[in-house]
Design a protein around this ligand. Structure first.
Ligand SMILES: [Cu+2]
Length: 66
């Protein structure tokens, strides 16, 4: 299954790489797709804990929206 969330503050490919690394390191996550233009992050695998996900996004330097 997959979960899509909105992340604000990403401006370029290095931003998407940071988000991909941090979110991809969460337990149960098997893949991460980042759409820079849309600001959407699609997470494959087990739906991550919301708090852990928000922390991972913050650690990457961005904000979890919605
Ligand atoms: Cu960047």
């Amino acid at each position: 299954m997959s979960t899509t969330v909105t992340v604000t503050g990403m401006t370029c490919g290095c931003c998407t790489n940071k988000v991909r690394d941090k979110v991809g390191a969460l337990p149960g996550v098997t893949g991460v797709e980042v759409d820079l233009a849309a600001g959407s992050v699609t997470i494959e695998g087990a739906a991550p804990d919301r708090t852990a996900l928000a922390d991972a996004v913050t650690a990457a330097g961005f904000q979890l929206a919605d």
